[in-house]
Design a protein around this ligand. Structure first.
Ligand code: MF3
Ligand code: CO
Length: 272
């Protein structure tokens, strides 16, 4: 069942999403060589506490995972697709590609988003994959309008990614969000257009393309969470929260990448 949100609820979710964006951008800017993913996790936990919120991920369980998620953020490096567990042993190095996923609950409503950034200078290939994933997300968000069908968004993600020579992850998907972290509908990153529910005002979706260089099923590491590509190919992930409104798509998280670029104040960053 898809729970529609009132305008008041959307305002509250936008307030939460703004806080989330701020924290995520701060974490992304701190992702430099020499920093551990555990340090980023501690900073995230502190910022969430200061905001009067509670981690959405810590202690999270579902039928796919045998142990509760042990950390505040997911810090997925290189061939890790999602759910990378922060660790004192993971010291960021120049050339790493880091995806940071963060979720919290505040005033009864969830917020959830992710960004992928390069640590220092990264390869052209990594830059390109990140740009393709952002473009797929942007196109999906543009289509988040009343009367469209849900799979129109899924389709534009997969076709954008496929045309660029990459592959989407099928095991994990986007989702509705509200009083629960994961609500209906599932937002697949692949599909044929014109299927699924019709988009209506008051829906709030987390759209989250996950892109990789091979088309094989993912593997989950011994830790019970970290999902990696089968061939060790690079993988990237972006996620924004979008409300469907009569005025069109409203990106509650406000384009996290662009904010990251603004704050990094590198014109090179904005250009790509
Ligand atoms: N952004 C992810 C999602 O929407 C993060 C889940 S991490 C978990 O599913 F630990 F909560 F599973
Ligand atoms: Co999500």
């Amino acid at each position: 069942m898809i729970v529609l949100k009132t305008e008041r609820e959307i305002e509250l979710m936008a307030e939460n999403a703004g806080i989330l964006r701020e924290i995520l951008v701060e974490l992304a800017l701190k992702a430099v060589p020499g920093v551990t993913t555990a340090e980023l996790d501690r900073l995230a936990a502190r910022r969430i506490r200061e905001a009067g919120a509670k981690s959405a991920f810590k202690g999270y369980t579902d039928e796919l995972h045998r142990i509760p998620y042990p950390a505040t953020i997911c810090a997925s490096l290189n061939e890790e697709v999602v759910h990378g567990i922060p660790s004192e042993e993971r010291v960021l190095q120049e050339g790493d590609v880091l995806s940071i996923d963060l979720g919290f609950v505040r005033k009864g409503y969830y917020a959830d988003a992710a960004i992928t950034v390069g640590v220092g200078e990264v390869s052209e290939e990594a830059e390109r994959m990140m740009a393709v994933a952002r473009e797929a997300l942007k196109k999906a968000i543009e289509r988040a309008t009343i009367g469209r069908r849900l799979s129109d968004l899924s389709h534009v993600i997969s076709s954008t990614v496929r045309e660029a020579g990459y592959f989407v992850v099928r095991e994990y998907t986007g989702h509705g969000i509200g009083r629960e972290l994961h609500e209906d509908p599932r937002v697949l990153n692949h599909g044929t257009p014109g299927r699924g529910p019709e988009l209506r005002a008051g829906m709030v979706l987390c759209i989250e393309p996950m892109v990789k260089g091979d088309d094989l099923p993912l593997r989950t590491k011994e830790d019970g969470w970290t999902a990696v590509t089968r061939t060790g190919s690079l993988s990237v992930h972006y996620e924004e929260m979008v409300a469907i409104t009569p005025e069109g798509p409203r990106v509650l998280t406000g384009w996290i990448w662009e904010e990251y670029c603004r704050r990094k104040t590198l014109s090179a960053c904005a250009a790509r």
